[in-house]
Design a protein around this ligand. Structure first.
Ligand SMILES: *[C@@H]1O[C@H](CO)[C@@H](O)[C@H](O)[C@H]1NC(C)=O
Ligand SMILES: *[C@@H]1O[C@H](CO)[C@@H](O)[C@H](O)[C@H]1NC(C)=O
Ligand SMILES: *[C@@H]1O[C@H](CO)[C@@H](O)[C@H](O)[C@H]1NC(C)=O
Ligand SMILES: *[C@@H]1O[C@H](CO)[C@@H](O)[C@H](O)[C@H]1NC(C)=O
Ligand SMILES: *[C@@H]1O[C@H](CO)[C@@H](O)[C@H](O)[C@H]1NC(C)=O
Ligand SMILES: *[C@@H]1O[C@H](CO)[C@@H](O)[C@H](O)[C@H]1NC(C)=O
Ligand SMILES: *[C@@H]1O[C@H](CO)[C@@H](O)[C@H](O)[C@H]1NC(C)=O
Length: 684
């Protein structure tokens, strides 16, 4: 999980807004002393050392605004590709405000400067912003628009960079401001960049490389042909597809880079027509092997011509001026800047491009690679859990050092290229903040008195991983056990579901909540998100939100119910699931029914499970799951001579069914015979 802003992150962000803002959803840790945060009511204002002085940059920005006759200017937190994680060069909001949280919107008028962000970030904003900035605890575009209406006089203009707003977001702002006698003005020059000037970090210069053949699902040529076939088959007969999300281009050409933290992509656009392929990228950054791969089919329809990244608008405009063309774009993530270049009658707008949809369904080789990555990932996780069991007792591990160690253990695994997001390592009350990542000021020592939650993942050449486990090394309370067990029950119930092809995730996600709902509990985030092969850890558009695509065979999604007790503890159990065909008693006439197959292979915490809350089918599921882990991870641990970890695995994957039957039987049945029947099954 670990979600920030951007398009890939909508899954959790939206549901967070829906359920989290005004209810009892955990707030940011407020235990920090008042010296931590600014106080703008004192004279002079009190600013903590973490606050950034923005007076000069704000005056400079306002001068620029005046030269464009603007009454207001909007600064979002994303980049030109609607990326979830963004490069330093694109952190305009952070530079303008001082606030480094990943989600928010800044609006600057000639008199005021305001940051809009959600409750996860309120304290952080008070620590980082100076008193030039007002904090508005709102996030919907409609409320930002309303604020603008209140501040900007009749006839005023509101500026924005059209390359930082998706068509859909632009539409939402328009809707609020339309017929209000204020004008939204797209300005191609980014005013923040003009003020930032030479201090702004330079573009990435690292190399863009091809994935080795044995880490690709199919050749890029096969992918291009597949997309062209979908263009042919479309009733609106598009002649071209424009790709502006970075994962789309990386996936299509089997290329990777490291322009963005945690996601192995590079800045690029692609214009794929029926006969030509244009890749907009800084050509001198391509390795020789990458160039060779792209030009192997030249001249011809499978020849990639490279153009400079900055040329995308001009080139798109030229193409769009030709007769008889129609360009397919995804409106959820294509920017207004590119959209403006295409005459309306030459547009084919859908939520997603065909590449986005095709990428979401993994073929057999991609599935097999994903499983292989998860075996190595499980080894790293198990090594971490074993290490924690030993180290926590002497008080030498804190959240931060734990996070570093699990990242290190992953880094030792074959094909690992680093974490897939910032590790969430949270003890006690910190874990009640679902999006918490430790920092030097908040890091708690891990102890046997507190529950500990670790949500982490890796980028491996063959697959991206993301898993959450929650543990307790001491005596959990009855309530903690019940909450953990109910979260686990939700996870299991969704995994066990059999459903028709193309069922929407939104329709079934309540199953993961039901065991919690039954007793008046819930969680304030989404139930899961898609995931890529050495791509994004939050791969849109798969998941359980209303705006996700229906579930299909070959898709991967996380399933991650949780429970958060404000000020006390947090629980989340996250596993990656593959959508597979189900074996049903009756065969449906059309497409087969589907179910989920678990891909993550790390045992659950036995001391947190209250077996008597579980149904026989749930117990059976856990036992089967633990047996699966033994089969897949046991031999791997032995092969590597990880004896201690192997013993741990044996202990932690023993069947629950025997233990529970035994417990139940002790009071009612003749213990002797039953126990002697059962015990052999529990031994190894
Ligand atoms: C700011 O300072 C004023 C005056 O000293 C005090 O009354 C107020 O509680 C402070 N506010 C915060 C948020 O610390
Ligand atoms: C700003 O407004 C003035 C006066 O109406 C006009 O002369 C000028 O061209 C405008 N500048 C821009 C960049 O639109
Ligand atoms: C819009 O604002 C302009 C400038 O203030 C004014 O001249 C005009 O009458 C306004 N129109 C409406 C419909 O309010
Ligand atoms: C393209 O990449 C090269 C090599 O990394 C770099 O020197 C150059 O400045 C880049 N060009 C642009 C336009 O960013
Ligand atoms: C991929 O191919 C290379 C070279 O043929 C080989 O060394 C490597 O082991 C292969 N990796 C996998 C995962 O098959
Ligand atoms: C913590 O305790 C374990 C087991 O008792 C021991 O092996 C380890 O070295 C200790 N670590 C530290 C940092 O004291
Ligand atoms: C386990 O759940 C049962 C059934 O709700 C309850 O009676 C029992 O007290 C629970 N045990 C623990 C240790 O929480």
């Amino acid at each position: 999980m670990a979600c920030s802003s951007g398009f890939g992150c909508l899954w959790i962000f939206l549901s967070f807004l829906l359920t989290g803002c005004t209810t009892g959803y955990p707030r940011q840790d407020t235990s920090g002393s008042s010296e931590d945060v600014r106080n703008c009511t004192t004279v002079p204002p009190y600013l903590p050392p973490t606050a950034v002085d923005t007076s000069e940059r704000l005056s400079a920005l306002r001068l620029r605004m005046q030269s464009y006759n603007l009454s207001a200017y909007i600064v979002p937190a994303t980049d030109a590709h609607m990326s979830e994680y963004i490069g330093e060069r694109d952190k305009r909001l952070a530079w303008m405000t001082g606030f480094t949280g990943s989600s928010g919107t800044g609006v600057i008028t000639l008199q005021k400067a305001v940051l809009f962000t959600d409750s996860r970030y309120w304290i952080q904003a008070e620590r980082q912003m100076d008193c030039n900035w007002e904090l508005q605890k709102l996030v919907w575009i409609s409320s930002i628009g309303q604020w603008i209406l209140d501040e900007v006089p009749f006839g005023g203009s509101i500026g924005l960079d059209p390359f930082l707003f998706s068509i859909d977001d632009w539409g939402s702002y328009q809707q609020v401001l339309v017929s209000s006698n204020r004008t939204l003005v797209p300005i191609d020059d980014n005013l923040v960049d003009l003020v930032w000037g030479s201090q702004r970090p330079l573009p990435s210069t690292s190399m863009i490389y091809p994935l080795p053949d044995n880490f690709t699902g199919s050749t890029w040529q096969a992918k291009v042909s597949q997309i062209r076939t979908q263009m042919e088959d479309h009733t609106k007969k598009p002649t071209a597809v424009l790709l502006s999300n970075l994962e789309e281009t990386a996936w299509l050409f089997n290329l990777r880079g490291d322009d963005i933290p945690y996601t192995p992509v590079f800045y690029a656009y692609t214009l794929l027509t029926k006969t030509t392929i244009s890749l907009f990228v800084n050509q001198s950054r391509l390795t020789e092997a990458a160039s060779r791969s792209l030009t192997a089919g030249c001249p011809g329809q499978l020849c990639v011509s490279t153009e400079e990244y900055e040329q995308v608008s001009a080139s798109l405009r030229r193409y769009a001026q030709q007769d008889g063309v129609r360009i397919w774009i995804g409106t959820e993530y294509t920017t207004l800047g590119l959209y403006k270049e295409i005459p309306l009658e030459k547009l084919l707008t859908e939520d997603y491009s065909p590449v986005m949809i095709t990428k979401a369904v993994k073929n057999l080789k991609e599935q097999q690679m994903m499983r292989a990555a998860h075996v190595r990932d499980a080894v790293a996780m198990i090594r971490y859990l074993v290490w924690l069991e030993k180290e926590v007792g002497n008080g030498s591990v804190n959240e931060l050092s734990g996070a570093r160690y699990v990242d290190h253990l992953r880094g030792e695994e074959l094909y690992c290229r680093g974490p897939s997001f910032e590790t969430i390592s949270a003890s006690g009350l910190n874990a009640a903040l679902a999006h918490y990542s430790p920092s030097s000021t908040t890091s708690r020592t891990l102890t046997a008195d507190e529950m500990y939650l670790v949500d982490s993942g890796g980028q491996y050449l063959d697959g991206t991983t993301d898993i959450t486990r929650t543990v307790h090394w001491g005596e959990p309370t009855d309530f903690q056990k019940e909450a953990y067990t109910r979260v686990l029950m939700g996870n299991i119930d969704l995994f066990r579901l059999v459903f028709p092809s193309r069922t929407s995730g939104r329709m079934v996600e309540a199953l993961a909540r039901r065991p919690l709902w039954e007793v008046g509990l819930n969680y304030g985030h989404g139930t899961g998100h898609g995931i890529g092969n050495f791509l994004s850890v939050h791969e849109w558009p798969v998941g359980f939100q209303s705006n996700n695509v229906p579930l299909e065979k070959g898709m991967f999604t996380s399933i991650e119910p949780g429970y958060y007790k404000d000020g006390e503890f947090g629980i989340r159990l996250e596993d990656i699931a593959l959508v597979v065909e189900a074996q049903t008693k009756y065969q449906a006439a059309g497409e087969p029914y589907l179910t989920f197959e678990v891909v993550s292979l790390v045992p659950y915490a036995r001391n947190l499970i209250n077996v008597s809350l579980l149904s026989q089918k749930q117990i059976q599921y856990i036992d089967n799951y633990h047996e699966l882990i033994r089969q897949h991870i046991g031999p791997e641990l032995q092969r590597r001579h990880l004896q201690e970890e192997y013993q741990w695995l044996q202990r932690n994957t023993q069947p629950l069914s025997c233990a529970s039957l035994l417990a139940a039987s002790l009071s009612t049945l003749a213990v002797g015979t039953l126990a002697s029947n059962l015990l052999p099954g529990t031994q190894n």
